[in-house]
Design a protein around this ligand. Structure first.
Ligand code: KG4
Ligand code: ZN
Length: 344
């Protein structure tokens, strides 16, 4: 049983994609959150799994050492280690999993497996002295949007979540990144489209919406629609992209955000829920954040935007899930293995 009077000090480790991250939390408050991002993938226009695993292998020890050092915590003070078990790239997950198992075993402390998508949602509960925002109250709906996932999650409690809608094919982050590649922009293209859109006219170009039933999404047809739109534009004018770049980005970003919100509004009405949050890498998008404020005011929502630092992949959110699992005495066996696909 957990001793309630004892501090809960968690080392969180994240290695599901192309960021190696380690974080220390004490009683749910973040003391450090170190992230080593892998720039090697830029030149390939997307994450190369083999290179990602190798980079994690190289980064993990210095990142964990730095997280402990900057938190001022010795490894002997740790209560438990929380690690991302999935979903993600298997080779990348293996690095974090093996490292976490070995360290927890050598220190004689519990091991806690964490679902990466659940962690994106719990990023809303990260406490930091400089963060003066109230977390959402249960139940709430979280639109979780990343490079690999697009989900509408009904969050009933810290560790009780239900996916009520999701993409049937690609994630919205993938739609951002692949369209950026079509435009000749670097990887990851989402933040670059966001920056370029700031100077553009978002009403200049129009796109059609996919017909998907219920609360699910589809982005693969949208990716193709964008590719054909650019190909047609370039056939008519070889300078089409360079002459219209910011308008293209602004119009396309507006469209993707609109598609996301149509289902979010529907979900909120269907479940009669007015507490709405967004999470995941794409929740850093300025048009998405602005739209949440606009629609939130119209629909009378209590809306929640995560701090920028905790939108994209980070280990503080992994440590948060581990913190609540620690309180619930929900520990993992040392024979646990990572899984590329992981449900709640
Ligand atoms: O959550 P995350 O860091 O990693 C995954 O779990 O996938 O999300 C990464 C995704 C990438 O597709 C990236 O392009 C997108 O988040 N992203 C953005 C922005 N910042 C990150 N997309 C649009 N606008 C942004 N500002
Ligand atoms: Zn993520």
């Amino acid at each position: 049983m957990v001793n309630p009077s004892k501090d809960i000090i968690i080392l969180g480790i994240e290695s599901s994609c192309d960021d190696t991250s380690a974080s220390i939390t004490k009683n749910g408050e973040v003391l450090s959150n170190i992230i080593a991002s892998q720039i090697i993938h830029e030149q390939y226009g997307g994450v190369v799994p083999e290179l990602a695993s190798r980079a994690h292998q190289k980064n993990i020890l210095p990142v964990v050492a730095e997280a402990l050092k900057s938190a001022g915590i010795s490894k002997n003070e740790l209560s438990a280690i929380g690690f991302t078990r999935g979903p993600g790239l298997l080779g990348s997950l293996l690095v974090g999993t093996s490292f976490s198992k070995s360290l927890a075993m050598s220190l004689g402390i519990p091991l806690i497996e964490v679902n990466h998508m659940m962690a994106h949602v719990l990023a809303h509960f990260i406490k930091k002295p400089s963060l003066d925002i109230d977390p959402p109250e249960f139940p709430f709906i979280c639109l979780t949007v990343s490079g690999g996932h697009t989900q509408l999650v009904l969050v009933k409690d810290y560790l009780e979540m239900e996916v009520i809608g999701e993409t049937l094919d690609d994630a919205v982050g993938e739609a951002f990144d692949k369209s950026a590649k079509v435009l000749g922009l670097k990887y990851p293209g989402g933040p670059i489209i966001d920056q370029l859109a700031a100077d553009g006219n978002s009403d200049r170009f129009e796109f059609s919406e996919p017909a998907v039933k219920g609360l699910n999404y589809s982005f693969s047809g949208l990716k193709t629609q964008f590719l054909y739109f650019i190909q047609k534009g370039c056939q008519e004018n070889s300078n089409f992209i360079s002459e219209n770049l910011s308008d293209i980005c602004a119009s396309w970003q507006k469209h993707l955000v609109k598609v996301l919100f149509n289902k979010l509004v529907k979900a909120a009405q269907l479940y009669n829920i007015t507490s709405i949050a967004i999470a995941g890498g794409v929740s850093a998008n300025s048009a998405l954040r602005l739209k949440l404020k606009e629609i939130g005011a119209i629909e009378k929502w209590n809306y929640f935007l995560p701090d920028f630092e905790y939108c994209t992949d980070n280990a503080a959110m992994i440590a948060m899930v581990a913190h609540y699992k620690y309180i619930a005495n929900d520990f993992s066996n040392f024979d646990t293995v990572p899984t590329a696909r992981m449900k709640f």
